[in-house]
Every structure is written in C-alpha cells, then in structure tokens.
Design a protein around this ligand. Structure first.
Ligand code: HSE
Length: 307
C-alpha cells in the first residue's frame, strides 16, 4: 500500500456547555487528503486545492502535524501530501482540525497503523497550535474518534455515547473569524456561581447522551460564559436562535470559535426544516452563507481509496 485518500470531516466544538471540552463529528463536509509514500525521507505538500493555503510543511497544519508525528516514530521513507479543502479556514467548523487530523491518520494507515487514532490526537493538536497559537484538542478528538468526544485533559480523551438520531444544522455566514481573535475575547476568570451553572449543564449534557434523553441534551446546551462574549461576532445571533427554537431545535449555539452557528435536532427532517427557516432569514441580510445538515458521524475520519 503506497497511496491513500481519506475523507476528514468538519466538526463542532464546545456544544455550548463544554468550551474546549466537547466535540462532535459531522458528515458530508470535510477535506480530502491524499498521502503517498516516497523513497526520499522528507515530507512535502505537493498540492493544495479549494482554498489558498501555504504548501510549506512548517506553515500548513497538515504538514505541522505530520512532522510532529514522524519526529516520534522511526520510518525509512517520506510522504507527499495533497489537500483538497472542503472547509473554509476561519469558519468555526474545524477546518484546521480536519487537515491536521487527516494527514496523521493517512500516514498512520500507510505505515500499517502503529498508533491508535486516540494516540494520534496529540500530533493533530500540534497542527491546531500552529493555526491559532493554542493546542486545542476538542475538534481533532472529534475527527479522529468520531461521534461526541470529551477532552478531560490532553492525555485523557473520551469518546462518548452518540445517539444515532441527533442531527446538526450548520449555518456558516461567510465572514472570517480567526480562532485566535475569538479566543482573545474570552474573560480568563469566571465567578463560582457561573462555574457551578456551566458545570451542571456539562454534566447533564453527558448524562443525556448516555440515557439518549434528547430533551435533557437540549436544555443542557446553555453557555453563560463564552456565548455572551462571542455572539457579537455573528450577525443576528439572537434572531437565529429564536428561529431555531421556534422550529423545534433541541439546542442552538456557536460552533467552535464561530462565525458558524449550529442547531441540534431530533432527526434530519427537523434539521432540514430549521435549515430552510434559517436560509429565509439570512437571504435578507445580504451576507453570503452556506447551510449544511448532517447526522452525527460516529466513524470520524475514514479511508476513501487505497492503492
Ligand atoms: N474550543 C475552541 C474555541 C475551538 O472555542 O476556541 C476552536 O476551534
């Protein structure tokens, strides 16, 4: 096996109550990464299509994560990487995570899987660090493990139960929000009362995933810490929230660091109904946007071709 093509999906981080802790993997939108083994012992990025991004392995997150991985394991070959971006950088649905996780997953497969997907998370997080200055684990964990994931700490990442009926609607207003800028908006200190409320929601959300109690999942998706500060970045945030809840959403929030927002629904039909209402609203604002509906992708990054 000398060549592999993988589909590395988009993801939603935070899920309102779990800043830097929770993630969920999406389907149908993502990057395609092709990796070839070479005799020459170096890592090269041959081609990037879909978005204007650097081919320099020290600047492109797919290169950074691959270099971090190969610094730790001994191999007697090199790798050429091709990236077909399906996710816009700065969209809030894990663009850098998809490229970083996809590249280490593909290399690991070509090497006969010396590491588990869980072991690869730390290398993909190096890509995140190159992209925004912090090694954030929530998106890369969701991409590499699939389903819903929880980062307890960087070496203790848990795949949670993922009820199969849950579906996302993602609205991406096409304004770029850099993760580093969006992180800079957040206050570094919260009150004890706030900490208690946010932790109660996080615990209840996880319980809801295991008992498959959709109402509990929905009412736990509250963010009293980050959302009030970041929502100013998103045109008509409060109106979008109202539209989603009045159309039956279980929960609504900012996807990762924004500007994308998401609604969580019971089933894809509900998700599509919400998508139509959001579309109607956003068309009036004169801001270009994308809308996407997806079940939770329980598999995560996957192989689409092998040669
Ligand atoms: N948890 C991160 C944040 C995700 O909200 O900043 C960024 O992709």
């Amino acid at each position: 096996m000398n060549e592999i093509k993988v589909f590395s999906p988009a993801s939603v981080a935070n899920l309102s109550c779990g800043y830097d802790i929770l993630g969920a993997c999406l389907d149908g939108i993502g990057d395609e990464i092709t990796v070839r083994k070479t005799k020459n012992k170096e890592i090269k990025i041959n081609k990037v299509s879909g978005q204007k991004l650097s081919k320099n392995v020290r600047k492109n997150v797919a290169g950074v994560s691959a270099v971090a991985f190969l610094n730790d394991i001994k191999v007697d070959c090199g790798f050429e990487i091709e990236i077909k971006k399906g996710i816009k950088p700065g969209s809030g649905i894990g663009s850098s995570a998809a490229s970083a996780a996809g590249s280490v997953f593909a290399i690991n497969e070509l090497l006969g899987k010396p590491l588990s997907n869980k072991d690869l998370i730390k290398y993909a997080a190096e890509g995140e660090k190159a992209a925004c200055g912090s090694a954030i684990y929530d998106n890369v964990a969701a991409v590499l493990l699939g389903g819903f994931t929880l980062v307890r700490e960087k070496n203790d990442i848990i795949k949670l139960n993922s009820p199969i009926g849950l579906a996302f609607t993602i609205l991406h207003p096409q304004i770029e929000v850099k993760t580093s800028d969006s992180r800079a908006l957040i206050k570094k200190v919260v009150s004890l009362e706030t900490m208690v409320k946010q932790s109660a929601n996080l615990g209840a959300f996880v319980s809801g995933l295991y008992t498959e109690d959709y109402e509990l999942i929905g009412r736990s998706m509250k963010d009293i810490v980050i959302e009030p500060l970041r929502s100013i970045l998103i045109p008509d945030f409060e109106k979008l929230k109202k539209i989603c809840y009045s159309n039956g959403a279980l929960g609504f929030g900012i996807s990762g660091s924004g500007p994308s927002v998401f609604a969580l629904s019971n089933g894809i039909i509900q998700a599509k109904k919400i998508s139509q209402s959001l579309e109607k609203k956003y068309k009036k604002l004169n801001i270009p946007f994308d809308i996407h509906c997806s079940y939770v992708n329980n598999l995560g990054v996957r192989i689409i071709d092998l040669k």
